[in-house]
Ligand binder design. Structure first.
Ligand code: SAM
Length: 173
């Protein structure tokens, strides 16, 4: 069984438009025990192996305060993914799902996110559990877990707005 870049029964690939707008800056590199996509966890787990996130200069100063959070949200670039599937068959059984209804690494912009447990920080290296990416995966961003984060900036009007029925589309079914 192959499950790397092949097209499976009923999957649909499109010709993606040329990427020409957002230019990402990789701010670091993730080291994990996994060198094959066939062995990497489908989703990280909080008791998974300790992995290392190395932050590159000039971004190391941006780690100030990160140690206060026991959990972080990590965003990374799933650099070995194809990017052209709109329908995918994760079980390889002919049943297909829309790309935006699943968390497959195959996406138009292959961004992975995980909530990780922060074990410690040493200089420009963070030691975390909860990742599910290949060794060498480029790092896009780090943020405190939103459930632990209280905005530091003063509140603004939108913070107090509640939903208005006319702004929401009713979804049938
Ligand atoms: N937790 C993230 C999420 O939900 O956004 C990623 C989930 S994705 C299902 C995890 C899978 O992506 C792994 O099991 C592996 O097959 C694949 N993967 C991991 N690192 C990758 C990389 N650098 N490039 C391409 N695929 C990768």
């Amino acid at each position: 069984m192959v499950r790397l870049n092949e097209i499976r029964d009923n999957e649909v690939a499109i010709a993606p438009p040329q990427a020409e707008d957002a230019a990402l800056v990789f701010i670091g590199r993730i080291s994990t025990p996994w060198t094959s996509r066939l062995e990497t966890p489908r989703q990280g787990r909080p008791d998974g192996p300790v992995c290392t996130i190395e932050i590159f200069e000039p971004w190391v100063a941006a780690l100030k305060g990160v140690e206060r959070f026991e959990r972080l949200e990590v965003l990374y670039w799933l650099h070995q993914s194809r990017r052209d599937l709109v329908l995918q068959s994760p079980a390889s059984n002919g049943e297909v799902h829309g790309t935006f209804s699943i968390r497959s690494p195959v996406r138009p912009n292959p961004i992975g996110t995980s909530i990780v447990a922060l074990e410690k920080i040493e200089g420009n290296r963070l030691f975390v559990r909860g990742l599910d990416c290949l060794d060498g995966t480029p790092l896009i961003d780090l943020k405190p877990d939103r459930t632990l984060f209280k905005p530091i900036a003063p509140p603004q009007p939108g913070d107090f707005e509640t939903g208005q029925v006319h702004m929401c589309k009713k979804i049938d079914g």
